[in-house]
Ligand binder design. Structure first.
Ligand code: TYC
Length: 118
């Protein structure tokens, strides 16, 4: 919009708003294009060697499940081959996998822990 005669000239540069005759600036807020965070589920896989108690401990310590829920998830893995332990952002999910695998290897168990896009 051209400057009105009784107004000082606008400084050059980016004008983020729209000025009307009264000098009111309307700043339009564009709809935010923020994507929802991509989520990943962390799963434990069954094997024939990792003790059930160790898996229950992992579900309590690393996924903050109570004993009853941890036991339920462990038995689901034991019978069905796999189960979701939790759903997290990518970074948190990857860290959980690393921590679980490190704890399992330290204890000498072959437990497998993976992540999948949710
Ligand atoms: N199948 C194992 C056993 O009989 C128990 C187990 C459960 C192992 C869950 C891994 O992710 C697992 N000792």
């Amino acid at each position: 919009m051209p400057d009105l005669p009784n107004q000082p000239p606008k400084p050059p540069g980016n004008n983020p708003g729209r000025d009307d005759a009264a000098g009111t600036t309307t700043v339009e807020r564009l709809p935010q294009k923020t994507e929802p965070p991509h989520l990943y589920q962390v799963l434990l896989l069954n094997d024939d060697f990792t003790p059930m108690e160790f898996v229950v401990m992992v579900l309590q310590e690393f996924f903050r499940h109570d004993l009853e829920t941890a036991t339920h998830i462990m038995l689901k893995i034991h019978h069905e081959g796999r189960a979701v332990c939790g759903v997290f952002s990518k970074d948190v999910a990857a860290t959980k996998v690393d921590l679980v695998l490190a704890a399992a290897r330290r204890a000498g168990h072959p437990l497998q822990c993976i992540l999948e896009a949710a």
